[in-house]
Design a protein around this ligand. Structure first.
Ligand code: SF4
Length: 317
């Protein structure tokens, strides 16, 4: 009988030598919601965050290993505090309204968000953001909003679709793109590595609902874990007419956004396959055999594609 996968508290204790904090701490922040994305990745103008910190508490999250990405109090010395404190930004709607009215966001590409999950924010807040965007005159709207999430953005599917339908981006491509993180179909691994995010089944329901609303979705197989049925999952994406997918494998010893070193050490002990370049190349070949050679993008190219996904969708199968 295969060994039982440890739960989140056990993996956390393995990483940090102590039990996880018992509760989530909440506070407020006066920080702005926009940051220039210069030097981040080509094609993005701004990143947007409505909170500081993220309640997802994913043990592989790269954010706490980047000194500039989040305040030290929210990550702890080794990343042990990450996922247990969230500071809601004050006056999110007022700040967004002022940026829109000034024209700061007109025809810009916004990545929402990268250092906290936008759909870990309260439903009233995300609803109000889409409503405000829809009330904004078209010339002042962003060219594109890229929603990066592993939560449930489909709660706003109708609002997003209404906004997208009433927008005419200057490049003729979609006004809204949802980059939906789904790194494995194994619920035991999700429960072991992610403290408070939706299950695989819930995320698949989310992707389906977004597609049924006519929205652009790019499934992001990130970080790429073990799959029970990778082929079957990709077939489901194809059936939803999703034009392409992206994947990010676990990496060590690179200069870009890195998995925390303690999580890498854990993978080396528990799941060395996930770090094996030959195994990764095999999975990539498997995905490309199903989805097409040019429609499975990895790492930096995958990320950059989100700013102008129509170029990938136009590639031959
Ligand atoms: S949901 Fe995203 S931002 Fe939040 S902890 Fe998980 S990986 Fe990091």
């Amino acid at each position: 009988m295969p060994a039982k996968t440890p739960d989140f508290a056990e993996v956390y204790a393995d990483l940090y030598g102590q039990p996880p904090p018992e509760r989530l701490t909440t506070a407020n922040s006066d920080a702005d919601i926009l940051r220039s994305a210069r030097g981040f990745v080509d094609g993005f103008d701004f990143t947007m965050q409505t909170q500081v910190g993220c309640p997802g508490g994913c043990l592989f999250c790269y954010v706490p290993s980047g000194r500039m990405l989040t305040p030290s109090a929210l990550r702890g010395e080794y990343g042990e505090a990450w996922g247990f404190e969230v500071r809601a930004k004050r006056d999110v709607l007022g700040k967004l309204a002022r940026h829109l009215a000034r024209g700061t966001l007109a025809d810009k590409v916004i990545y929402w968000s990268g250092v906290t999950d936008p759909y870990a924010a309260p439903p009233a807040e995300t609803r109000a953001i889409w409503s405000l965007l829809s009330e904004t005159e078209p010339a002042l709207r962003p060219r594109r909003l890229i929603v990066q999430t592993r939560y449930r953005p489909d709660r706003d599917a109708a609002l997003m679709a209404a906004y997208a339908a009433s927008s005419t981006p200057s490049d003729g491509a979609p006004a809204v793109v949802v980059s939906y993180s789904i790194g494995t179909d194994r619920e035991d691994l999700i429960r072991a590595w992610e403290r408070a995010t939706p299950s695989f089944a819930q995320r698949m329901r989310g992707i389906t609902a977004l597609r049924e609303a006519g929205l652009w979705v790019v499934p992001t197989l990130s970080p790429f874990g073990l799959w029970d049925d990778l082929v079957g999952t990709l077939a489901r994406f194809k059936a939803l007419a999703i034009p392409y997918i992206t994947a990010l494998f676990f990496k060590k010893d690179t200069n870009s956004a890195n998995t925390p070193s303690r999580f890498i050490s854990y993978l080396e002990r528990a799941y060395p396959l996930l770090l094996d370049r030959r195994w990764q190349a095999g999975r990539l070949a498997e995905m490309r055999a199903i989805y097409g050679q040019q429609r499975v993008l990895v790492h930096k190219e995958a990320f950059a594609s989100l700013a102008a996904p129509q170029h990938v969708a136009a590639r031959p199968n």
